[in-house]
Write a protein that binds this ligand. Structure first.
Ligand code: ZN
Length: 135
């Protein structure tokens, strides 16, 4: 199994209901995002996937979040508040769709909202049978 990691950032504002009073008021974070991608099949160039391609997909997603008021975005309405947990899940699911290759799995995304606090969303594990061509 090979795993790649790409680190990126975005800055945005949010407010969260029903948690510590401090978080209910409008405030911002400089989120640090760590994206993990795994697979067990390398291409002819000896890489799982070109970093440039992965970064292109990630930066498209970051552009939809950067300098936004996250509570106003469609994905973060009602039950789905823009917590670091939900931000991590949103990025993971969107990136998996953008990559559109069943051999390359987004395994987890970690969203750091400060230097000492982060949330990680784990996607379903990569199948170890994906190299099998006997089906
Ligand atoms: Zn916050």
């Amino acid at each position: 199994m090979f795993e790649l990691k790409v680190v990126t950032h975005f800055a945005a504002a949010h407010r969260l209901k029903m948690v510590a009073k401090k978080c209910e008021d409008l405030h911002g974070h400089n989120w640090k995002i760590e994206v993990y991608i795994a697979g067990n099949r390398l291409n002819d160039a000896g890489v799982l996937v070109d970093f440039g391609e992965v970064k292109k997909h990630i930066s498209e997603i970051m552009n939809t979040l950067d300098h936004k008021y996250l509570n106003e975005l469609d994905w973060f309405q009602d039950e789905n508040q823009p917590s670091s947990e939900n931000i991590a899940r949103h990025i993971a699911e969107r990136l998996q769709k953008s990559i559109g290759n069943s051999h390359i799995k987004v395994t987890r995304v970690t969203a750091w909202e400060s230097e000492d606090a982060c949330a990680t969303y784990y996607m379903a594990p990569v199948s170890t049978n994906s190299n099998c061509s006997c089906a």
